[in-house]
Write a protein that binds this ligand. Structure first.
Ligand code: KIV
Length: 269
C-alpha cells in the first residue's frame, strides 16, 4: 500500500537532487507494466509519446494525438502506486497558451498526470510560466527533441559545438526560471549534461546524457531488448541473462541507484 510518506512528488525529487540521491525514471504505457515498475521501486513513470513508435508502429512520434496520451496515461495512472506520473504533451499540443492549458487539463483530469512534459526551449517560456502559475507541474525536454525530427534531419546527438551547448544551457536556465520543476536531457555530450545539471536547482534526468545528471530514464521496451535495432549506444538490454521482466526492471533500478548505469561507452563525448 502507498502511504503519503512514500509518494514521489515534485518537491520530493528536488530533495533527492539536494541529497545526491539518484532518480530512477522509466517509461510505461499501460497498467500491467506500470505495476511492474512500481513493484521494482521506480521513482518516476513517464508516459512518453514514444508510445507512438514503440506500441503503435508509427515511424515518428508526430502522429501521436492527445487522445492516445490520455488513454495510455489513464491506464498507467491506475497502477502507478507511489511513482510520480509524468505525461508527454503530444506534437503541437502546446503550440500556444490556450491549447497547452486545454491539453494539460485533459492529461491531468482524465489521464491522471501529475506533471506534463514539453519538448522545446526558451520559446516555451510564456507557456511554461502560464501553466506553472495555474498550478500545473511542468517538465522541460531539451537536447534531442523527437517531435522535431524532420527539422533536425534524424535522431542524433545534439549540441556538440560550443554555440549549441551555450544555447542549450540558456534554454535550460530559462525553463527553470519560467517555473519548470524537472528537465529531461536527451542525447547530449556528457560534459554538457554535467554543466547543465550543476547550473540548475531543479533535477535533470538524462537519456544518452551520461552519468553526471540527477537521474536516468530509458524507454521500457529498449531496456527489455524488444525494440528493433539499430539501438543508440546508451541502450542496455537488462533482460539478457535474467529470468523475468520484473528482474530486469529491478536490475535497472539498482544500476541507476548504484551508479553502474550508464557505464563507459554508454554516453557521448
Ligand atoms: O517519449 C519518451 O519516451 C521520452 C523519453 C525518451 C525521454 O520523451
Amino acid at each position: 500500500m502507498t502511504t503519503a510518506q512514500d509518494k514521489v512528488t515534485v518537491p520530493g525529487l528536488a530533495a533527492m537532487k539536494a541529497a545526491g540521491r539518484r532518480i530512477v525514471c522509466l517509461t510505461a504505457y499501460d497498467a500491467a507494466f506500470a505495476r511492474v515498475l512500481a513493484a521494482a521501486g521506480v521513482d518516476v513513470v513517464l508516459v512518453g509519446d514514444s508510445l507512438g513508435m514503440v506500441l503503435l508502429g508509427f515511424e515518428t512520434t508526430i502522429p501521436v494525438t492527445l487522445e492516445h496520451m490520455v488513454h495510455h496515461a489513464a491506464a498507467v495512472s491506475r497502477a502507478a502506486g507511489r511513482m510520480l506520473r509524468v505525461v508527454d504533451m503530444p506534437f503541437l499540443a502546446h503550440a500556444d497558451v490556450a491549447t497547452a492549458v486545454a491539453a494539460a487539463r485533459r492529461l491531468m483530469q482524465e489521464g491522471g498526470a501529475e506533471m506534463v512534459k514539453l519538448e522545446g526551449g526558451s520559446e516555451l517560456v510564456p507557456i511554461v510560466e502560464h501553466l506553472a502559475a495555474l498550478g500545473v507541474p511542468v517538465c522541460g525536454h531539451l537536447g534531442l527533441q523527437p517531435q522535431s525530427v524532420h527539422r533536425i534531419g534524424g535522431y542524433r546527438v545534439q549540441a556538440r559545438d560550443p554555440e549549441a551547448g551555450a544555447k542549450l544551457l540558456a534554454d535550460a536556465r530559462a525553463l527553470e526560471a519560467a517555473g519548470a520543476g524537472l528537465l529531461v536531457l536527451e542525447c547530449v555530450p556528457r560534459r554538457l549534461a554535467a554543466e547543465v545539471t550543476a547550473a540548475l536547482h531543479i533535477p535533470v534526468i538524462g537519456i544518452g546524457a551520461g552519468p553526471d545528471v540527477d537521474g536516468q530514464v530509458l524507454v521500457l521496451h529498449d531496456l527489455l531488448g524488444i525494440t528493433p535495432p539499430p539501438h543508440p549506444r546508451f541502450v542496455r538490454d537488462f533482460l539478457r541473462g535474467r529470468g523475468s521482466v520484473q528482474d530486469a526492471v529491478v536490475a535497472y533500478v539498482e544500476a541507476v541507484r548504484g551508479g553502474t548505469y550508464p557505464a563507459e561507452g554508454e554516453w557521448y563525448a
